[in-house]
Write a protein that binds this ligand. Structure first.
Ligand code: RIB
Length: 304
């Protein structure tokens, strides 16, 4: 059975500069390379899920400008349904200047433009499709009202929901309560839990309002840890040569969405998501570095 995933989220054109190190404040540094490519957390997750074999619909907004062509090019190439993408004449396509250093670490600024102008009617238009999905996933690069609304609509139809609270922000508890899975990294977890808890497990548990919810904390090179009201487990990731960590969280979320939609157990799904993210960091870029299903399966098989 092919997994059906709906992504309600962002597209940004990534403007990536590669340099030996990050510039200091006030410093001008010579870089090594500059690349323009498709990005945005929502779209990256959609591309990851499509390459893993899912049937993917993307709901979002781009502008009426040349950057939107970059979005349509990758969506077309990956067979992503764009019937519910709106070209917004009043706002520019999101852009993200990114810096990547020789260790593969990144810093990002997002100018979200059209992404922030998403309306309830954009989601309503796709309600039938959402109802037929296995998983709906959303992130925080669209306005928070739309995050809540997308989760609500999915809930009404009994569709499983993943909230990737990235980039870091504060969300009302009632919005977090609408998600079956919440997938912060450690920085996002601190922000969401108001910096009050001393351990990852305690902070993650503070987000849970029901025994049916799960927080999955992505912990970089250490792997990913699930936390429920009862229990917690850290699943290690795979050792790889890191080229560029940008998009690793998106790869993880795309992988998790597909694996859960396919009915894998939580531990299996996290292992699959870890493998997807591990392969992503071995290549430069965000959407272009999302791995193919066969490569994820091969890594899992080699490491079992
Ligand atoms: O997660 C990586 C993404 O964050 C980049 O593609 C950039 O567009 C920002 O949204």
């Amino acid at each position: 059975m092919t997994a059906k995933i709906v992504v309600v989220g962002s597209f940004n054109t990534d403007l990536t500069a590669y340099a030996e190190r990050m510039p200091r404040p006030g410093e001008t540094l010579s870089g090594k390379k500059f690349v323009t490519g498709p990005g945005g957390k929502g779209s990256n997750q959609a591309v990851a899920a499509a390459r893993l074999g899912a049937e993917v619909t993307f709901i979002g907004r781009v502008g009426n400008d040349v950057f939107a062509e970059i979005a349509y090019n990758i969506w077309r190439a990956e067979g992503i349904n764009t019937d519910y993408v709106i070209r917004d004449a009043d706002h520019s396509t999101g852009v993200a200047p990114i810096w990547v250093d020789d260790k593969g670490e990144n810093s990002i600024i997002v100018i979200l433009g059209a992404n922030l102008n998403m309306q309830k009617s954009d989601v309503d238009a796709a309600a039938k499709l959402i109802a037929e999905a296995d998983v709906l996933i959303t992130q925080l690069e669209i306005n928070y009202d739309m995050v809540a609304y997308a989760l609500q609509v999915a809930r009404q139809h009994g569709v499983r929901t993943i909230l990737n609270p990235a980039p870091a922000g504060k969300l009302p508890a009632e919005v977090i309560a609408l998600a079956d899975y919440i997938t912060p990294n450690e920085t996002e977890l601190e922000e969401l839990s108001n910096h009050v808890s001393s351990s990852v497990e305690e902070a993650a548990r503070s987000l849970l309002s029901s025994p049916d919810q799960t927080v999955v904390v992505t912990r970089g090179a250490d792997g990913a840890q699930w936390v429920r009201q009862q229990g917690s487990l850290l699943l290690p990731t795979f050792k790889v040569d890191v080229v560029d960590t940008t998009g690793a969280g998106d790869a993880f979320n795309g992988g998790l969405a597909v694996a859960l939609a396919e009915g894998k157990s939580l531990d299996e799904a996290i292992r699959f998501a870890n493998a997807t993210a591990a392969l992503c960091v071995t290549k430069p870029g965000t959407a272009p570095s999302m791995p193919q299903r066969a490569d994820v399966e091969a890594l899992l098989a080699r490491s079992s």
